[in-house]
Design a protein around this ligand. Structure first.
Ligand SMILES: Nc1ncnc2c1ncn2[C@@H]1O[C@H](COP(=O)(O)OP(=O)(O)OP(=O)(O)O)[C@@H](O)[C@H]1O
Ligand SMILES: [Mg+2]
Length: 620
């Protein structure tokens, strides 16, 4: 009794397994199949993207049709053919240690005349075997929704992956599906998600630790030279004279701080040459901003030339302005206290130990726009360096949304160190257990050398010609025909190919429940919130907060920091150097921080999580 086909009751499994044609030619891992007219090809569904099997003597070779056309060779012997299909062979079904299973790679090539037929549902199940330990189930096969598509998670992670598609096709949701599965199957992997639009906060529940400007601690001395210059100059290239001064005083400030730590009596400090200390501008050791400013001031005091004095003065003002900006508190809090908090920062960001939350969602949208590039650079660099120096303490996955912004093909766009950090992860990360997941709407704008390192690709709908051409260049010539689908894919649909998937597969990502969909916190679509938006008091409170957050005044945090007892590594600290009186005095305003902390209305404060990490339900 033939089994009924779920999608097309008129078509039976027996029909699907019938011979569609025979091998006419074989070139490497590609074969052309002469299609027999007798079988009603339209019924058997021999079209682009369909899977096909070829019966050789020893195994069943599995491939995907990449191109079909009307006839070529009129006949071979008695047989008459009506068309030809080109097939990319990708694996075989055979005996795997006493069990029938699918394996990637072809060991036994077909011969001319071998029979080809469509895969049955059971064979498809064997190909997308979800019972294997390290597979993640991300969705359903588009051509047979009863088949779950499983991806080999180890292969996908260790050789990086990318999700590509135009806006609104479901990239972020697909990433949420993939990451939720990784959390289940590989709880040992630490995930750092760079959430550019603050949209993933609700997707992973208790499993994710939310980091936002309110609870991020990324001391300025963790930034390397290029990164800190970028911060001081507000994302613009630094002025040469000022950058030169910084290059000299930063190592000196590091030496000074190290000496403080070893000396109780400040008078006993001998001047040490930074060169002999071994510190470079990039060594990630603590130093204090006050020492840096004091060094610049000291140099300025020795100068006679008015122009040079002015350059020093401008640099000091610049540093003070940035460090006093409340939006930069995550970097400059405790800037004059010292204390080596690098281990704490790494532990917080990379979830070591995980404490039941192996994932960090780094919400970048609340950071000052001009500093985001530098922060992404620091995070990617630290992930790589930590992986390298710890000999892969824990495998780590860095997921980067809007990757084209950070690693653009145009070298004049974006921030060089960020591109270099991402590129280094892409090229060498796997050696140290640091993996990359990139998401972009504009693949053509992403540095192709970085994209080419991503060995599993999920291509969602893309209509731009340049994006499609780039994708085609990433795969073999024959598989490129599969991309004819790409402009026609629906929301949630993707063409998955590469090392993670057994075959190039058109799939539909699993549907996420509404409450787990990624969406920007700025817009929830919730009618209750929209009512809040129409309330004048609400808007007034927003305006007040908006102004408060962008006003540049003396940060209370710096003052408060002086009273705070340093904890780690700062036991022997003398009182901090008095502030350098270079910038015009700024009015202290004790109430300013309360602006940021004040709830907008009597309603529950929707931003509580942003400001008070302890109070946030998602945080520890
Ligand atoms: N897996 C899914 N489950 C449920 N709904 C989905 C899924 N994928 C996409 N959608 C629907 O499509 C909408 C857009 O999806 P999503 O935000 O993931 O797109 P995107 O490609 O990330 O967009 P953008 O480029 O603007 O960031 C979602 O709000 C949701 O309604
Ligand atoms: Mg998105």
């Amino acid at each position: 009794m033939p089994e009924l086909n779920a999608r097309d009751p008129g078509k039976t499994e027996a029909t699907a397994g019938e011979v569609l044609g025979h091998v006419h030619s074989v070139t490497g891992a590609q074969a052309s199949i002469g299609l027999l007219s007798a079988n009603g090809l339209h019924r058997a569904g021999a079209t682009v993207g369909k899977f096909i099997k070829i019966h050789t003597g020893k195994a069943l070779l599995i491939g995907v049709i990449t191109d079909v056309s009307l006839l070529v060779s009129p006949s071979i012997g008695e047989q008459r053919y009506c068309g030809v299909a080109h097939v990319d062979l990708t694996g075989e079904i055979g005996d795997r240690g006493g069990k029938i299973g699918f394996r990637r790679g072809v060991t036994d090539y077909p011969s001319i005349g071998d029979a080809a037929s469509a895969l049955t549902s059971n064979e498809l199940r064997l190909v997308f075997d979800t019972s294997a330990a390290k597979t993640i189930k991300i969705g359903q096969l588009q051509q047979d929704s009863t088949i779950t598509v499983a991806v080999d998670v180890d292969e996908m992670l260790s050789k990086h992956f990318a999700v590509l598609g135009t806006t609104g096709v479901g990239k972020s949701s697909a990433v949420a599906v993939i990451l939720q599965q990784i959390l289940q199957v590989r709880p040992d992997v630490r995930i750092l998600l760079l959430d550019v639009h603050n949209e993933y906060g609700r997707c992973f529940g208790e499993r994710a630790y939310l980091v936002n400007p309110g609870n991020l601690r990324l001391p300025f001395w963790l930034f390397n030279f290029e990164e800190i210059v970028d911060v001081f100059f507000g994302g613009r290239p630094g002025l040469d004279e000022e950058v030169e001064i910084l290059a000299e005083v930063i190592p000196q400030a590091k030496v000074t701080y190290t000496q403080y730590r070893h000396t109780i009596e400040r008078t006993a400090i001998k001047k040490q040459d930074p060169k002999s200390s071994g510190y470079t501008v990039d060594t990630p050791v603590p130093y204090r901003l006050a020492d840096l400013l004091a060094q610049i001031d000291e140099r300025m005091g020795k100068l006679e030339n008015r122009t040079s004095r002015l350059v020093h003065h401008k640099l000091m003002t610049r540093i003070e302005t940035v460090s006093n900006d409340p939006r930069y508190a995550f970097m400059f809090e405790n800037a004059n206290v010292g204390g080596d908090t690098m281990a704490e920062s790494i532990s917080q960001l990379f979830r070591l130990p995980a404490d039941g939350r192996p994932m960090t969602i780094m919400q970048l949208a609340g950071l000052p726009a001009e500093v985001v590039d530098a922060v992404v650079s620091v995070l990617c660099r630290m992930a790589f360096d930590f992986g390298m120096w710890s000999d892969t303490a824990s495998p780590m996955l860095i997921v980067c949304e809007e990757a084209h912004r950070y690693a653009s093909v145009d070298r004049t766009v974006g921030f060089g160190p960020t591109r270099r950090a991402i590129s280094r992860l892409a090229k060498e990360g796997r050696k140290y257990g640091v993996f990359l997941g990139l998401i972009t709407q504009r693949p053509a704008e992403l540095d192709p050398t970085i994209l080419s390192q991503c060995s599993t690709l999920f291509a969602m709908r893309m209509s731009n010609d340049r994006d499609q051409a780039l994708l085609r260049s990433a795969v073999s010539d024959s598989a490129a025909n599969l991309f004819a689908f790409v402009p026609a894919l629906g929301t949630r649909e993707a063409l998955a190919f590469g090392v993670g998937t057994p075959l190039p597969t058109r799939l539909t990502f699993a549907e996420l429940p509404r409450q787990l969909l990624p969406r920007s916190e700025a817009f929830t679509g919730d009618p209750a919130n929209q009512m809040g938006g129409q309330d004048l008091n609400f808007i007034a409170a927003v305006v007040e907060r908006w102004r408060g957050a962008t006003m540049r005044r003396r940060v209370a945090a710096d003052e408060a920091a002086r009273d705070v007892k340093p904890t780690v590594g700062a036991e022997a600290m003398p009182p901090p150097v008095p502030p350098v009186p270079s910038a015009p005095p700024l009015t202290p305003e004790p109430g300013r921080f309360s602006l940021l902390k004040k709830p907008l209305t009597d309603k529950p404060d929707p931003y509580a999580a942003l400001r008070s990490p302890a109070a946030a339900p998602g945080n520890r």
